[in-house]
Design a protein around this ligand. Sequence first.
Ligand code: PRX
Length: 660
Amino acid sequence: MADMEALKQESRIFNPSAELASQAAISGMDAYRALCDEAERDYEGFWGRLARENLSWQQPFTQVLDESDAPFYKWFGDGKLNVSYNCLDRNLENGNADKTAVIFEADGGEVTRLTYRELHGRVCQFANGLKSLGIRKGDRVVIYMPMSIEGVVAMQACARIGATHSVVFGGFSAKSLQERIIDAGAVAVITADEQVRGGKQLPLKAIVDDAFALGGCEAVRNVVVYQRTKGKIGWTEGRDLWMHELVAQQQDSCEPEWVESEHPLFILYTSGSTGTPKGVQHSSAGYLLWAALTMKWTFDIKPQDVFWCTADIGWVTGHSYITYGPLAVGATEIIFEGVPTFPNAGRFWDMIARHKVSIFYTAPTAIRSLIKAADADPAVHPDRYDLSSLRLLGSVGEPINPEAWMWYYKNVGHEKCPIVDTFWQTETGGHMITPLPGATPMVPGSCTLPLPGIMAAIVDETGQDLPNGQGGILVVKRPWPSMIRTIWNDPARFRKSYFPEELGGKTYLAGDGAIRNKDNGYFTITGRIDDVLNVSGHRMGTMEIESALVAHPLVAEAAVVGKPDETTGESICAFVVLKRPRPVGDEAKQIAKELRDWVGKEIGPIAKPKELRFGDNLPKTRSGKIMRRLLRVLAKGEEITQDVSTLENPAILDQLKHAI
Ligand code: PRX
């Protein structure tokens, strides 16, 4: 976890190399400022120009931004296009047909390459297969897949026929999957028999079957199964189909379905501070514009680059920087099935060397765990590998602490690769605040400055601008093309969560705190201001975990807080009151294990509390409100210095001090 005080005072500056800068898409700070000025001067003209230059339209738009129904903004409203056409056909037309589109590396090391022509054929065949099942424009399709070419094909095929996909990360439980299938109103689920990670085979289809057994998934007509392992699985005749059989008879061309700019390309569920996960709805045109443009601006993508984003397609990073962005700009990219520590913790470095990766984009948690591994075993230190192909590094998902930044910069980038520390969110569709590799002087731990056209600012609770040097709430003052359009099925919650009345109803509330440096205006993200945790770059609501805990028959009450963690950024600490006397010793250990497994089943293994503490009660105010602020202090193992006189039961604090 980044030490906030250290971060705010960090003053080391690293300039982009002159060589990289001279050839970059945005070369030098003057070029950056010129673009910012263009956006300031003529906001719609700026975005209109970029949308015309970067996307292929079947029907050109005449209106850039429609604010009449704010905050339900519409971009390029009367234009039509197809996202899959922009990612695939366009590359066949502009000379990239025989260029490698994807290099897939399986967990066990087998490598598969596909050209743009081959990928186009695969997507068309699967799109035709989906059509043969009666799936049409506007239908929702849930994708519960391993990292695979087939996962990307499934997403692109949905885009091709105008079906709206909702990818559910393969680590989520049957219950989480069922809730998403129901909320999205899916008519089909695409999955695999099993997934392979770190040498282990893990079920996927069986979890889909469990999700169905929980009930409520009756709208789903078909389950399409990609055969990954040939492991034994259950089969429901009439509903289940093999992906390879479905596509076997299909043509490898498929006329794209031209959709309106605002047509929902996907729904992706993410956690908020209250209630169940929210279905973040994204558009087609605005979303794709930003995925493509940030590939050029932030990653400075060039035709000869080999781009590798290590995220999973189950998260937004995988959507924007695996499935859509790289293909929209005709790049060659790596898709990796496995984990960074298998067969050993040198896997990333080995893959960079073998595939001559030039742009590498990963999460701080991965870097921190690989630092530890390299410290413990010199054989997996990046020094041992030829990383000379690298020219640019990226970081995403959580704050990167300056020590990890420096290690990454020195040992992986050999002090010649800029690091783009990209701040963004599921809701923003693409990067928001990030250094530009050929322009922005970098400061470890700071995401530096907003991209041109992104009107990020720091305000107080009433929406007043705060001066540099004063921490506050991160907002975006004007709509931008790739922003969230609504929460699926819940427009009122969309308004309340992101455009609260207190801020005037038109300012986007990111949910993060931030501070700008007094001298250069650089942004540093200080962490979430709501009850959202970030564990290994995975976003989780404390409320969801609490609900899962209290659903267990033994649990009377639970409160969950985040605790700083050296490797995972934050870890989950749960304070639990049972319906029976407070357990101690072995009994406490055994119940803690049972509760952790329970949360794993209710939500998914990523939500399991690392630590559980039992009490006779929780610290509450006289009106019965749980004092989470105090629990956070206890979780950290610090002494409580705050005034506790308003507490109903101050004695309880002592009991909750120690982990079991
Ligand atoms: O708190 C911020 C943190 O991750 C949150 C968004 O999570 P999610 O929607 O899952 O998207 C992750 C991938 C973009 C943000 O609200 N976050 C993301 N990137 C950074 C970050 N915090 C600090 N620095 C970053 N570069």
